[in-house]
Design a protein around this ligand. Structure first.
Ligand SMILES: [Zn+2]
Length: 429
C-alpha cells in the first residue's frame, strides 16, 4: 500500500492551459473542427498521444472501435475508467468533450506523482461521440457497452459528400468487424466505476447561479413522427364545420403536449420533464389551401422511466382526441427510444460531497443531452460532474464556461476522483 498521498490540492491550471492549447491547434474562425474520423481529429489525437507519452511516459492503445486508451497501472487490476471525447461538431466550442478528457489527463498526472495508485486508472477518448458526420452519436462508447450492432447500424451510413462510413473508418484503421470486439476489450479492464466531467450545454446551472452541478443521470427519450391526414380544400369554398384540417389537429396536439410536460413536471430538477414538437410539415402548404396532411414530431424526455411512459400514453390519447375533433386520422411512427439512465447513488454521494466542498453547495440536475456516460451507466456504476455553461448553449463557437466556474468544476471533479479511488480501493481485489 502506498503512503497516504501528500496534501496536494487539486488545481485546474494545467487543464485550462491544455484546453487553450488544443483550441489554438484545432479551431478556426468558425470554431473547433475536430470532427470524428477526419484529419483535424487525427491531429488532435496525435497531440494527445504525444502529451501522454512525454508527460507520463505512457503509450496509448486503441480498441477495435477506435477508442483511444491511456492506462496508469495500479496495485490492483480493478480499475476506474475516466473519459469523454476529443471530437467536436463542425464549428464547435472549446470545452464540449475535451474538458473531460483533459481533466482525466490531469488525474493521471496527479496519481503518477503520488506513486502507484491502489487501483488501475484508464483514461479514454471515446471515438465519434458527436455523430456529426454520419448521424450516429456515441459510436465508440456504445460499442464498448455492447450496445452497437455495427453492421446493421453503420454499414449504410453516408456523409454529406457521399463518403461511406466504412470507408471513413478504414482511413482510421477501424473496421465494422473490429467494432464488435470493443465490448470484450472493455470487459477485460475490470472497471469498477466510470466518471466523466462535461459542460452542461444548457442554461440550468447558470439560471441557478451555480458553477458546478451533480448529474442525476441522462433522461430517457421517446421520439415519434405523427402524421395527421384530413382533406385538402379551398380556403374560400370549404365551410369551417365541414373541414378536415390536419394542421389544426396537429396544433391542438402540440398544445396538449405542452400541458403534458407541465402536468408531469415536478418542482425539483430530478422531476423536470420536457415535451417538444420541433418539426411541422404542412401540405399542400400554400395560403389558400386547408391543410390536408400534417406531419409533426414529438420528443418527450424524463429521468423517470415510468413518468416517461405515462407522458407517452397521454400524448397518444391527446392525438386521438385532436384527430376526432378535426375529423382526421393520425398515425404514429417511432423515431428514437432511449432508456433513462439514472447514475449510481454511491458515486453520486461522492460527487455531491466534492462539489459541495469546492463550491459551497451541490445542485442536482438531470442531463437532457446524451453522453458517453449514458452508455457506461448501462454496464458499470457511473457518475458525472457538470460545469456551468454560460451562455447556456453548445455546439457553437460561442459555447463557454466562465473561468472561475471552469476552475471549480475541474477541482470538484479531481476531488471526486480522489474520493472514488479511496472508496474503490477499500473493495479492490
Ligand atoms: Zn460532449
Amino acid at each position: 500500500m502506498r503512503k497516504p498521498p501528500p496534501a496536494t490540492k487539486p488545481t485546474s491550471k494545467r487543464v485550462i492551459a491544455d484546453l487553450k492549447e488544443l483550441a489554438a491547434l484545432t479551431s478556426d474562425a468558425r470554431g473547433a473542427q475536430r470532427v470524428a474520423w477526419g484529419p483535424v481529429w487525427r491531429k488532435t489525437r496525435d497531440w494527445f498521444t504525444a502529451k501522454v507519452k512525454t508527460e507520463l511516459g505512457l503509450d496509448t492503445r486503441r480498441d477495435g472501435a477506435g477508442n483511444l486508451w491511456a492506462t496508469l497501472p495500479g496495485a490492483s487490476k480493478d480499475s476506474l475508467v475516466i473519459g469523454s471525447h476529443l471530437d467536436s461538431v463542425p464549428g464547435g466550442g472549446w470545452l464540449d468533450g475535451c474538458l473531460g478528457v483533459l481533466a482525466g489527463l490531469e488525474v493521471l498526472r496527479r496519481e503518477q506523482a503520488k506513486g502507484i495508485p491502489p487501483l488501475t486508472l484508464h483514461l479514454v477518448d471515446w471515438a465519434d461521440e458527436e455523430g456529426a458526420r454520419f448521424g450516429r452519436s456515441l459510436t465508440g462508447s456504445a460499442a464498448s457497452a455492447g450496445a452497437l450492432d455495427a453492421h446493421a447500424e453503420l454499414a449504410h451510413l453516408v456523409d454529406r459528400n457521399g463518403v461511406k462510413l466504412p470507408d471513413a473508418l478504414r482511413e482510421n484503421d477501424v473496421t465494422l468487424a473490429g467494432m464488435g470486439t470493443a465490448r470484450a476489450y472493455f470487459d477485460a479492464l475490470d472497471a469498477a466505476a466510470y466518471l466523466e466531467l462535461h459542460i452542461e450545454q444548457g442554461p440550468v446551472l447558470e439560471a441557478m447561479k451555480k458553477p458546478v452541478g451533480v448529474v442525476l443521470g441522462t433522461m430517457g427519450v421517446e421520439r415519434y413522427n405523427l402524421h395527421f391526414i384530413g382533406q385538402a380544400a379551398h380556403s374560400g369554398a370549404a365551410p369551417i364545420h365541414l373541414r378536415k384540417d390536419a394542421f389544426l389537429a396537429a396544433a391542438q396536439f402540440a398544445l396538449a403536449c405542452r400541458e403534458i410536460s407541465v402536468k408531469y413536471s415536478g418542482r425539483t430538477p430530478r422531476t423536470r420533464v420536457v415535451a417538444t414538437c420541433g418539426v411541422v410539415k404542412v401540405e399542400p402548404n400554400f395560403v389558400t389551401a386547408v391543410p390536408g396532411s400534417t406531419e409533426i414530431s414529438i420528443d418527450l424526455r424524463a429521468l423517470d422511466g415510468k413518468v416517461l411512459g405515462k407522458m407517452l400514453a397521454d400524448a397518444k390519447r391527446a392525438s386521438q382526441r385532436a384527430a376526432k375533433t378535426h375529423l382526421v386520422t393520425v398515425a404514429w411512427s417511432p423515431l428514437l427510444h432511449i432508456t433513462p439512465r439514472p447514475f449510481d447513488e454511491t458515486l453520486m454521494k461522492l460527487v455531491r460531497a466534492s462539489v459541495k466542498d469546492v463550491t459551497g453547495s451541490a445542485p442536482e440536475l438531470p442531463s437532457g443531452p446524451l453522453h458517453d456516460a449514458a452508455e457506461m451507466a448501462a454496464i458499470v456504476p457511473t457518475a458525472m460532474v457538470f460545469a456551468q455553461s454560460s451562455p447556456g448553449i453548445s455546439h457553437t463557437r460561442l459555447e463557454d464556461t466562465p473561468l472561475p466556474a471552469l476552475d471549480q468544476s475541474i477541482r470538484a471533479f479531481l476531488l471526486t476522483v480522489d474520493r472514488t479511488i479511496a472508496h474503490l480501493a477499500r473493495h479492490a481485489t
